[in-house]
Design a protein. Sequence first.
Length: 197
Amino acid sequence: MLQNGDVKEYVNNPDRGATIYYNGWIEQLPESFSLESYTFDDLKQRQEKYNIKCDYIVLKSKFEQFSYSYLNYLHYEKWEYEEIGDVLLKNRSVYRRTEKEQGIVKTNEYTFNAQEGVQIEKTDKGYRITVDPWAKNVEFQLMVKAGNPMLDHEYKRVWEDGTERNCYWDECDEGFRLEDNKGAIMSFSSTTELIIR
C-alpha cells in the first residue's frame, strides 16, 4: 500500500506497470497551470497515462481546484482576490458542477462578484458582513493588511441563526486573515457579525 508521499513518485514513473487504487490524490500544480477546461475525457486519459484507477481525484493550484468522483461528476472552483474598501477577500468567483447521468451531461455554474455582493460595515459592536441573499455557492476568506483598524480587536463571529465562534487573526502572505480556534481559515458564505470580544 502506498503512502500519500509515495503516490506522486509512483505516478510519475508509469513504467512500474501495476495498477494502484486510492481515493485521495491531491496534486499541487504550478500557479500558471489552468484547470478550467478539464473534462471527463482529460481525467480518463490521465488515469490511462499513469496506469491508475481512482474513485476520487483533487487537483489544486493556488487559485483553482478541480475534483471528480467516480467519473460521474466534475467540480471546478476558481478563486480571485477582490478588494472591498481596505479589506481583501479571497473570493470563489466561479463554482461549476458538471454531472453525467445516463450519457447526458448537465452543468450548473454560478459566478460571484464580491465587490457587488458583499458589504462590510462598522457597527457599535464590531463589523457586519452582509452577503447578497440571492447569490448561490458563495464562499470567501477575509484578510487585512497591517495597520487596518480591524486588527485592534479579537472577535466573536455570530451567524444569523445565533451560532457563535471565537475567531483570531493569523499572519499570512497577504497580511492577516481570520481563523478559528483550531487554526482553520474562516470562510464566509452568508451574512454574519464580527463582535468585539
